[in-house]
Design a protein around this ligand. Structure first.
Ligand code: GDP
Ligand code: MN
Length: 388
């Protein structure tokens, strides 16, 4: 789960990370009020769940409260398109108005889980303020790393050596060490999958501050963080994925034309592989879960055909906890209710497969029932218009 910059800054500040003074606004008048309270130059920042706002015109500076109001009016109610969003962009409903900082240096600081190392890794770089993926691709030596031992925790000497490598000395070394320790504590206690400050700035008057802030959370740990769930802004998310999450269905939209409905993540991956192998492209990853009900199957079906690119559907069910006859009933309910216009190819194996296949064949709804997965893949390849 993602949250907005202003929310991430609030959490980071609670953990002792210095952030600029500011306030969030949903109307131009509010932006003006925040700006007049801050006095002096301010920055008006579009609050969206995407980076690259600076280059996309989502970050603007104002010299007066009147100008802040005008800039907020230009941003609020629009959609911001950055290199990280879809071509339609994401809606701007809030702006963060902050005191403008006189920047001397832009650094990078971030924590992610390194799955290969089996530990969080803190990364720091003097090449802040820009796309860190770009830095990693072209000049990886500019990114310094410190692994956080899950048992021993983040060590002060590691913080000091990162700070030293960032050329922070004296008071800034102490501030940086405390900041890194705080960020690491936030990452761990809030079950983050990413904690990132880009840029972490040194101001001309010698302060160290998080100018930008990003926190992503591990969805599987959200059950123990109601305070984080309360920050969710579904308007920033893909509407189909939001609908899927309501029914506890794992759905990820892809670019192809073959809609996939599968029970079990591993089987869903294998299904996508075989679709690609025969020269077609999956339109989505969809896992209804091992123990799905007929209702969930029907919801999953509606979700996947709501993607206009889908011109063929492949259902691949392994009947274990979810029996094939239950799956068949879910499919038939959905087909009847939403009048599916695209061909549906079904392959099922396992508990009650004979009953399930019989129900589908005799339904008169034109569902194509096949015997094995290879045959199913060849059939969808023949029916779909989307070729590789
Ligand atoms: P992002 O583009 O979505 O990552 O948004 P950021 O919050 O990182 O802002 C992008 C860039 O805008 C920063 O790297 C800074 O160069 C600039 N910027 C943001 N806030 C300020 C500020 O208070 N003062 C100055 N001078 N520049 C700022
Ligand atoms: Mn940034």
């Amino acid at each position: 789960m993602k949250i907005h910059e202003y929310q991430a800054k609030k959490i980071m500040a609670d953990y002792g990370v210095p952030v600029p003074r500011g306030g969030v606004a949903t109307t131009p008048a509010e932006a003006r009020k925040v700006a007049s309270e801050l006095k002096g130059k301010v920055v008006v920042k579009a609050q969206v769940h995407a980076g690259g706002r600076g280059k996309a015109g989502g970050i603007k500076t104002a010299s007066s409260p009147e100008e802040a109001e005008k800039l907020a009016a230009q941003l609020l109610g629009t959609r911001l398109v950055t290199h990280q969003t879809s071509p339609e962009g994401v809606p701007v409903r809030k702006v963060l108005v902050e005191e403008a900082m006189p920047i001397k240096r832009e650094l990078y600081l971030g924590i992610v889980i390194d799955t290969a190392a089996g530990a969080p890794v803190m990364m720091a770089s003097e090449a802040g303020g820009m796309d860190i993926e770009q830095v990693a691709a072209t000049t990886p030596e500019k990114i310094l790393k410190a692994y956080v031992d899950p048992i021993v925790g983040f060590q002060q000497y590691e913080a000091r050596s990162l700070a030293f490598a960032l050329n922070l000395d004296g008071d800034l070394m102490r501030t940086a060490t405390a900041l890194m320790t705080g960020l690491n504590r936030a990452f761990k206690e809030k079950d983050c999958s990413l904690a990132e400050i880009n840029p972490l700035v040194v101001t001309t008057d010698g302060r160290l501050l998080a100018l930008d802030a990003k926190l992503n959370f591990d969805d599987n740990a959200l059950f123990r963080h109601p305070e984080i769930v309360a920050l969710r802004d579904t308007e920033q998310e893909d509407p189909i994925e939001v609908e899927a999450s309501k029914h506890e269905i794992s759905y990820i939209k892809l670019n192809g034309t073959v809609g996939c409905m599968v029970n079990g993540a591993g089987l869903a991956m294998a299904t996508m592989d075989i679709i690609k192998q025969v020269g077609a492209e999956p339109a989505n990853f969809l896992d209804v879960g091992g123990g799905a009900s007929a209702e969930q199957i029907a919801s999953a079906f509606k979700i996947l055909v709501s993607d206009p690119k889908v011109d063929t559907v492949l259902v691949n069910v392994f009947g274990g906890i979810l029996r094939c006859d239950i799956a068949a009933r879910g499919i038939l309910d959905a087909v009847k209710e939403i009048e599916v216009k695209v061909p549906i190819v079904v392959r099922m194996r396992g508990t009650n497969m004979e009953e399930g296949m019989k129900m589908l064949r005799e339904s008169g709804l034109g569902v194509i029932v096949v015997n094995d997965l290879r045959q199913a893949a060849n059939k969808v390849k023949e029916l779909t218009k989307g070729k590789r």
